[in-house]
Write a protein that binds this ligand. Structure first.
Ligand code: HEM
Ligand code: NAG
Ligand code: NAG
Length: 334
């Protein structure tokens, strides 16, 4: 009698184990990311990322913005797979020299510092794609913005795409319908687009990114009429015709290193720096309403921002046994 019960219990237990294995298999093959991914394999991973960024901010108040943008540019090109971090070689052209990144994307040395520390703590464990996702969150938090739980378990690509970086990362000259379609192509809504544009509450842009608005907007021979007059005069002075096109201007002239809702209030005052910023307000419809709502309530913006960042980070990750965990974020493992 007792033996039979034992056998019954055993069958029941084996069945349970199989079921559990099946669930694990299914969840890994559907590409589920989890917050606890490194809890056992590299428990200090997130603390290390934050510590390195905090140090970097002491000498470079712009670094948070640059790291946040790297995650965006990574995720929009073949998913969040660390592809943007691969260096060009004589036989390989990656994403760093594609127009949206050339002379613009930065923060790679900070990613290297983080990676080196994580390799010495737990080698071959934390992916470069996950480093970018954690760094984006910590950059926002350390600049005074909202926090969120970062989903983890992305793996690194063995390739990159110059052409996809060139074509899929939105240009600052786009109209609202064009911006919406660029985000829709990545599974992100109009609201996500307006919300994530709020990242322009920190960081800098080169004159070349907006000088098209200052002198001869869309071939009209005149500046963009939606720009505030005083702001325009100031920008024309900072970015003279024939001047240095790499000269920098803050994306948010009010609080350029603080993650807040000032960006949306600038748009309402016709002081958006990029054309792609100002059109969100100057084009009537959903995007205008969202700008007004975020300008009026920072908590509404923060709530939307953290959920939109999780959606951004979920774009086509490599998981399970796809891709690899690069040892050096700049090169594919040999
Ligand atoms: C909506 C479409 C977007 C367009 C057209 C756009 C375009 C740009 C441009 C042209 C610059 C200046 C680059 C330069 O002159 O070097 C810039 C900077 C920046 N972008 Fe965007 N962006 C967009 C969305 C986003 C999103 C979704 C994020 C992140 C969630 C983001 C984060 C940033 C940050 C933080 C900077 C400043 C980077 C730094 O100072 O190093 N942008 N963006
Ligand atoms: C970690 O480093 C050890 C010692 O150098 C090496 O034997 C091991 O293969 C490495 N593990 C991974 C996953 O790279
Ligand atoms: C403005 O640009 C258009 C087309 O790009 C050009 O034909 C025109 O000559 C320019 N006007 C001025 C005043 O530079």
């Amino acid at each position: 009698m007792e033996r039979r019960l034992d056998a019954g219990a055993m069958i029941w237990r084996n069945c349970c184990i199989s079921l559990l294995l099946l669930i694990m298999l299914v969840s890994s093959s559907t590409g589920q990311l989890t917050a606890s991914f490194y809890d056992v394999s590299c428990p200090d991973a997130q603390a290390t990322v934050k510590k390195v960024i905090r140090q970097a901010l002491q000498t470079d108040s712009r670094i948070g913005a640059s790291l946040l943008r790297l995650h965006f540019h990574d995720c929009f090109v073949n998913g969040c797979d660390g592809s943007i971090l691969l260096d060009d070689t004589s036989s390989f052209t990656g994403e760093k020299t594609a127009p949206p990144n050339l002379n613009s994307a930065r923060g790679f040395d900070v990613v290297d510092t983080i990676k080196t520390q994580l390799e010495s703590a737990c080698n071959g464990t934390v992916s470069c794609a996950d480093i970018l996702a954690i760094a984006a969150r910590d950059a926002v938090v350390l600049d005074g913005g909202p926090s969120w739980t970062v989903q983890l378990g992305r793996r690194d690509s063995t390739t990159a795409s110059f052409n996809t970086a060139k074509n899929d990362i939105p240009s600052p000259a786009l109209t609202v319908p064009q911006l919406i379609s660029k985000f829709q192509a990545k599974g992100l809504s109009t609201q996500d687009m307006v919300t994530l544009s709020g990242a322009h509450t920190i960081g800098q842009a080169r004159c070349s990114s907006f000088s098209g608005r200052l002198y001869n907007f869309s071939g009209t021979g005149k500046p963009d009429t939606t720009i505030d007059k005083t702001f325009l005069a100031n920008l024309q002075q900072q970015c003279p015709q024939g001047g240095n096109t790499n000269q920098l201007q803050p994306l948010d002239l009010g609080t350029p290193t603080r993650f807040d809702n000032q960006y949306y209030r600038n748009l309402q005052a016709n002081k958006g720096l990029l054309n792609s910023d100002e059109v969100l307000y100057s084009t009537s419809g959903t995007t205008n309403s969202l700008v007004v709502s975020y300008a009026g309530n920072q908590n509404t913006f923060f709530d939307s921002f953290q959920s939109a960042m999780i959606k951004l980070g979920n774009i086509s990750p490599l998981t399970g046994t796809s891709g690899q965990i690069r040892k050096n974020c700049r090169v594919v493992n040999t």
